[in-house]
Design a protein around this ligand. Structure first.
Ligand code: NAG
Ligand code: NAG
Length: 341
């Protein structure tokens, strides 16, 4: 839901007769994007500019998923995990109904079905692999059981994990609703990641890892404020999903990239990946994230290869598919597979 083409939002609004504050891609882009560092809360408010246009619309949801795969293929990505909240795209069997929509007939369950269809059609058309992660929302603990059930139901249709997203700065305490869902995920072998330590304190990261049993941490920058916790996660090889441009624009990190937490992660040989987060809202793409790491943090091509391989090792594919993915990378990078990293 943060990786949609502006043109698609405009087309869908026109088809559905939903008025927009602007009708050209340029003007609408200016309304949606964050240009200057803001706060996480301001950033999350940006979704309200367009989510009411696409939510509840079957054709839009499937198209967005399909176009997403095309956009990733253009960025030369060969495997991607994309995440979204099924509830935030639905208009029935969701309480409260999001984005001031009228009750309709699109349930979170059908949303997952449509996204999965869009992604697999995209996979066939553009010859890359796309999997999805379903998000629980911090402020809606009563949706979380549904989310884990959808992860189980759609595990053979491309859903590989559960996530917990939303405003950490407003909801950083342990919530039993999420706890139960993550417990069920552990019980059923559903992979787990959690947005934590993006703007919230290190205690959120600790909770994510120790209570929710997260296998990866979304962002995790503020882990660095608790050295004992950080050392422990380093020793465990915990994977951090780092999003450079996002962290600058949401105000999560110092806008000076040379002081970015990933500089410390690199120095300490932590396990991390570089990700886009919400390219629509940041008016960005994956190349810009890698460029920022190259230009301002001095990442070299070899370091990019190494971190891409770590990312692949940390992905949520089943073992055999993971090995195939790694093999493709080794071949592309001119490495022999037995080279240990
Ligand atoms: C879920 O929680 C939200 C927010 O607290 C509330 O508005 C809604 O009615 C609850 N839904 C159910 C099914 O309990
Ligand atoms: C990074 O962490 C993942 C678990 O998230 C693990 O599978 C992978 O092996 C780790 N990578 C390295 C290089 O240790």
């Amino acid at each position: 839901d943060g990786a949609i083409r502006v043109q698609t939002i405009i087309d869908v609004a026109k088809r559905r007769g939903i008025p927009l504050p602007a009708n050209t891609v340029e003007e609408m882009t200016q309304i949606i994007i964050l240009e200057k560092p803001a706060t996480l809360t301001t950033f999350l408010g940006k979704f309200a500019e367009y989510m009411h246009v696409v939510a509840g619309d079957r054709e839009a949801i499937k198209r967005i998923a399909y176009e997403f795969v095309e956009d990733k293929a253009k960025e030369r990505v060969i495997y991607v995990e994309v995440r979204y909240s099924p509830h935030l795209l639905a208009n029935t069997q969701v309480d409260p109904i999001p984005w001031n929509q009228k009750e309709g007939d699109l349930s979170p369950d059908e949303v997952v079905h449509l996204v999965s269809e869009g992604l697999s059609e995209g996979e066939r058309a553009f010859n890359i692999k796309a999997r999805s992660i379903l998000c629980c929302m911090r402020h809606m603990p009563n949706w979380s059981m549904d989310v884990v059930e959808l992860c189980k139901k759609y595990r053979h249709e491309g859903v590989v994990a559960i996530d917990l997203a939303g405003d950490e700065s407003l909801n950083c305490e342990v919530n039993p609703g999420h706890g139960k869902a993550y417990e069920e995920a552990v019980r059923c072998g559903v992979h787990r990641t959690v947005h934590a330590g993006e703007v919230g304190p290190p205690s959120v990261v600790k909770e994510a890892v120790e209570v929710l049993k997260a296998e990866r941490v979304g962002h995790g920058y503020r882990t660095l404020e608790d050295q004992a916790l950080y050392r422990k996660l380093l020793a465990q090889n915990m994977h951090f999903e780092v999003c450079p441009i996002s962290s600058k624009l949401t105000g999560a990190c110092d806008p000076d990239f040379t002081k970015h937490p990933v500089v410390t992660f690199r120095k300490d040989k932590a396990n991390y990946s570089l990700n886009t987060d919400d390219p629509l809202i940041f008016n960005s793409n994956l190349l810009l994230d890698y460029s920022a790491a190259h230009k301002y943090m001095g990442f070299t091509e070899d370091e990019f290869k190494r971190l891409n391989i770590r990312s692949a090792e940390s992905c949520f594919l089943p073992e055999t598919e993971k090995r195939e993915l790694l093999q493709s990378l080794y071949e592309a990078y001119g490495m022999i597979q037995s080279t240990p990293f």
